[in-house]
Design a protein around this ligand. Structure first.
Ligand code: CA
Length: 471
């Protein structure tokens, strides 16, 4: 599959993210990061894809799946070429994104199993969520799509301060059917509107796009809005209507073909949302982020290009994702931002824009990215970034060009990402001082963390994996 992608373009994008000139200064301060003193605050939209790989968008070098609408975000916004998530799989990344904190600080290091009677497996109620602080600042808040932060009633998005909800509370879903009559299998649980089961007849990705656009339309005036559009696409099961599949008859591999069609549906949905913003003249009032929740699940059709590893891994293929931001008239257009950023930064960025109060009684880990992107602040937003899975079984630390990676029982390895973004050559022996410094930084960070609160479910979801097609 990888051979169908432009390695040249990808390498260009990946290497551009490493140690290059800080391009942000070129645009100076003319654009200004401050929202207008009077009037409505800017809207914020976060679009999250699920299990999409680094190289599954045109703007990161994908050649077999046209993604014109995702590419337009990059063309009219800022492409973060070293954009990371705080975890290599689903739920912990979402916990970090919605709290602005390394999720291991509060023990959210695994996927909660789907069990409405489990009051432990979910985003701890002691955490403050992004919709919570934005709501306090006068925003209307909405979630469309996948939740995956606990299935017990107290974990429901409406209880975590989303005003409006459309979607499902589990970790994945069948794209064609749901059974509102007491179904307990995770992938067939009800699709809900504001906590109540609804009958949904559209392909689920299209339904989420429809609901996202409707949310924007409903809130075009009045309070500013925060929309969290968390597609479960292109996560398995690989199910897709013929109208999307027909676009990819040229792709021979059936898994990649279905994956491509699912990505195409997602891209159409992003197009619908962007067209809605344009029609309502909200583009210059709305900051839009797009990213994936973890690296690509390559066995399910995703590709991470030249990056080592995949979903679940602390190598780049598990944690480096397509990551862009658009705000017409405010952010530079078509610019690459090279320094490492992380999904945790979305909280701080949105809170700053909203004039919201971030929690002061706990350690926050994100950085407001706007001053960095606008060149008002030079230098990288983060001195170091950290990852940990399995309570410390695997971990990684990034500092400038350097990254240590520890997996399983092996020794920690050191990579120079500036010359070796593929993580092929362990240079620990050549740079023992760097290895020692990064290990010490990991130990110090690790001491601040809690042990995992709950374990991931032992078995895969009860759906047959593999390509499928439906009318
Ligand atoms: Ca995921």
């Amino acid at each position: 599959m990888e051979k169908t992608h432009s390695r040249r373009e990808f390498v260009k994008a990946a290497v551009a993210g490493l140690g290059g000139v800080l391009a942000a200064g070129r645009h100076g301060n003319a654009l200004g990061a401050e929202p207008p003193a009077a009037g409505r605050r800017p809207n914020v939209i976060v679009i999250l894809a699920d299990d999409m790989g680094y190289s599954d968008a045109g703007f990161t070098g994908c050649e077999d799946i046209p993604t014109p609408h995702l590419d337009s975000l990059a063309r009219h916004g800022v492409r973060f070429t070293s954009g990371f998530v705080s975890h290599p799989f689903c739920s912990p990344t979402r916990a970090g994104l919605l709290t602005g904190r390394y999720q291991q600080r509060f023990g959210h290091e695994n996927n909660p199993r789907f069990d409405p009677s489990d009051h432990k497996a979910g985003l701890p109620l002691t955490e403050t969520t992004l919709p919570q602080v934005l709501k306090q600042a006068g925003y209307v808040t909405g979630i469309v799509g996948k939740w995956h932060l606990g299935a017990a009633p107290e974990f429901h998005p409406l209880r975590r301060r989303f005003d409006e909800q459309f979607g499902f509370v589990g970790g994945g879903h069948d794209y064609f059917k749901a059974n509102p009559a007491g179904e307990t299998r995770e992938y067939l649980i009800p699709i809900e509107r504001n906590g109540q089961p609804v009958v949904e007849t559209e392909y689920l990705t299209d339904a989420f796009s429809r609901e996202a656009a409707a949310f924007v339309r409903r809130h075009a005036e009045g309070k500013p809005f925060f929309l969290y559009l968390a597609y479960n696409a292109p996560h398995t099961p690989l199910q897709v209507p013929d109208k999307y599949l027909a676009r990819f008859a040229r792709i021979e591999d059936p898994t990649r073909r279905s994956f491509a069609a699912m990505m195409s549906a997602l891209d159409d949905g992003v197009g619908l949302l962007l067209a809605t913003l344009r029609e309502l003249k909200l583009e210059s009032d709305t900051l839009v982020f797009f990213l994936s929740d973890n690296g690509g699940a390559t066995r399910s059709g995703a590709t991470n290009g030249i990056l080592r590893g995949a979903k679940g891994s602390c190598y780049e293929g598990g944690i480096r994702v397509p990551f862009v931001a658009q705000w017409r008239g405010r952010l530079p257009e078509g610019k690459d931002y090279p320094h490492p950023v992380i999904s945790l930064d979305l909280f701080a960025t949105a809170a700053a824009l909203a004039g919201a109060q971030a929690p002061a009684d706990r350690k926050m880990d994100g950085v407001d990215l706007l001053p960095h992107v606008l060149g008002e602040k030079a230098g990288p937003p983060h001195e170091r970034l950290f990852w940990r899975t399995g309570g410390g079984a695997s971990y990684a630390v990034r500092e400038g060009r350097w990254k240590i990676v520890k997996t399983g029982l092996g020794d920690p390895m050191l990579y120079d990402l500036e010359t070796d973004v593929r993580e092929t050559t362990n240079v620990a022996d050549q740079h023992p001082d760097v290895l020692k410094r990064l290990l010490a930084a990991y130990d110090a960070w690790s001491k601040e963390l809690a042990p995992p609160l709950f374990e991931s479910p032992a078995s895969a979801p009860p759906r047959k994996k593999g390509p499928g097609r439906r009318k």
